[in-house]
Design a protein around this ligand. Structure first.
Ligand code: ZN
Length: 381
C-alpha cells in the first residue's frame, strides 16, 4: 500500500484558499444579516407590531401567540437569508464539493426550517412559561430544563435528527469491524456501533464523527471516506474517533455547555430586567423581547467562540494522540489527513488568526507535524 508523500509543508492551492475565503465571507454576511434583522426589529419597534399581530392571529392566546411570533421571526429571517443560503449551495457545486441537486437542497431547507420551528417552539414556550411562572428565578429553572432537553437531544440526535437529512446503515465491512474490535479492546472500552453514513448523496467531502450518548453512542463514517480510503487509513480515522470516546469528549463538552448556558441565562435575566426597568418593554413576559434575548445569546457566543474553539482543538489533539498510540504506524494517519484536506478543499496552513478564531480543529499541517514528531519519538522509520 503506497501512501501519499508527506505534504505537510506544501502550500495550499489557490483554489483551496479562494474557497475558504469565500466561505468565511459568506459566514460573516450571514451573521451580519441575522444580527441586523434583530437590531432593526428592536430599534424600530417592529417587534411590538409583530407581537400584536401574533396575538390577534392567535386569538389573544398567549401560548399560541408566542409560537406564531417565533414563526414570523424565523420565516422573515429565512427569507432575508435565503439569497446567501442559495449562494452557499452554488459555491459547493462550483468547487465540485457537492453533488446535491437543487430539488434535494430545497427539500433539506424546508426540513431544516420545520425542525428549527419545532425545536425553537419547544424552547421559547418553555422560556416564556417559566418567565411567567417565576419572574425571579426563571433563568435558573429554565437553564436546568434546557440542559435536560440538550442531553435528550444529544442522545436522540443519531437516531432521530440526523436521519431526517441522511441515511445510515450498520457497517458491514468485516475487516473494518475486526479492526474496530481490536482497537476497542486495546482501549478497554466498547463502542456499540459503527455506521455507514451515506454522505455521497449530497456531498463529495469526507467526514467521520463520534455521536450520541449512552445506548445511542456510535461512530459514523461517511461512505465518501469508506469507499476511497485504504483500510489502514480508515482505521486511523476510527482510532481518532475512538479517542474522543475514550476521553469522554461528548460528556465533557456537555458540562462546558452547561456552564456557558448558565452564564448566558444569567446575562439574559440581567438584560431583560434592565430593559423592563427602562420601560423598553412593559414586562419580562412580553415576548416582543425575544430579539433582545437572541441578540444577547449571539453576542455571548461570538465572544466565547475563540475559547470554545481552543477547547475543541485541545480535544482534537488529544484524540489524535490517542490514534497515534493505537495504530501500528502513523503513516496511514498522515496520508488520511492529506487525503481529507484535498478532498474537502481544506486549508492545510490557514493563517494563525483564522485558526485561533474560527477553527474547531487544528490545522492539517499541524496534525501531520504532530504525527511526524510522534513517529520520530517512537523511532519509527
Ligand atoms: Zn475529532
Amino acid at each position: 500500500m503506497a501512501f501519499a508523500e508527506n505534504t505537510s509543508s506544501a502550500p495550499d492551492s489557490p483554489e483551496a484558499r479562494r474557497y475558504n475565503r469565500i466561505h468565511r465571507w459568506l459566514g460573516l454576511a450571514d451573521f451580519v444579516v441575522g444580527s441586523a434583522f434583530l437590531v432593526v426589529l428592536l430599534v424600530t419597534g417592529w417587534t411590538g407590531w409583530l407581537r400584536d399581530l401574533a396575538l390577534r392571529r392567535g386569538f389573544q392566546n398567549y401560548t399560541l401567540a408566542v409560537f406564531l411570533y417565533l414563526f414570523f421571526l424565523l420565516l422573515i429571517s429565512k427569507v432575508l437569508g435565503f439569497g446567501l443560503d442559495y449562494y452557499g449551495f452554488r459555491l459547493e457545486r462550483k468547487f465540485q464539493l457537492s453533488t446535491q441537486k437543487l430539488r434535494s437542497w430545497l427539500w433539506d431547507e424546508a426540513k431544516g426550517f420545520l425542525l428549527g420551528l419545532v425545536l425553537g417552539g419547544i424552547v421559547v414556550e418553555l422560556l416564556y412559561f417559566m418567565i411567567r411562572q417565576s419572574p425571579q428565578h426563571w433563568w435558573v429553572i429554565t437553564w436546568a430544563l434546557f440542559m435536560g432537553l440538550f442531553i435528550l437531544l444529544a442522545q436522540l440526535a443519531p437516531v432521530v435528527l440526523f436521519p431526517i437529512f441522511y441515511k445510515f446503515e450498520p457497517l458491514e465491512n468485516e475487516d473494518l469491524r475486526r479492526r474496530l474490535v481490536l482497537l476497542s479492546e486495546h482501549a478497554g472500552t466498547r463502542v456499540r456501533g459503527v455506521y455507514r453514513w451515506k454522505l455521497s448523496e449530497k456531498s463529495k467531502k469526507a467526514n467521520a464523527a463520534l455521536t450520541g450518548l449512552g445506548n445511542t453512542r456510535r461512530i459514523i463514517l461517511a461512505d465518501t471516506l469508506l469507499d476511497n480510503y485504504a483500510p489502514e487509513e480508515i482505521e486511523a480515522v476510527l482510532a481518532h474517533e475512538l479517542g474522543h470516546h475514550v476521553h469522554r469528549h461528548i460528556l465533557k463538552s456537555i458540562f462546558v455547555q452547561a456552564g456557558i448556558t448558565l452564564l448566558g441565562f444569567w446575562v439574559a435575566n440581567f438584560v431583560l430586567h434592565y430593559a423592563v426597568d427602562r420601560h423598553v418593554f412593559e414586562e419580562l413576559s412580553d415576548f416582543a423581547n425575544l430579539p433582545l434575548l437572541a441578540l444577547t445569546a449571539t453576542a455571548l457566543s461570538l465572544l466565547l467562540m475563540p475559547a470554545l474553539n481552543a477547547y475543541s482543538r485541545f480535544n482534537e489533539r488529544q484524540a489524535d494522540r490517542y490514534a497515534f498510540e493505537s495504530i501500528t504506524s502513523v503513516e496511514p494517519f498522515i496520508s488520511s489527513m492529506n487525503k481529507l484536506a484535498q478532498q474537502n478543499l481544506a486549508e492545510r496552513t490557514p493563517s494563525k488568526w483564522i485558526e485561533v478564531l474560527f477553527h474547531s480543529h487544528p490545522a492539517i499541517s499541524k496534525r501531520v507535524a504532530a504525527a511526524e514528531a510522534w513517529r520520530r519519538a517512537q523511532g519509527q522509520a
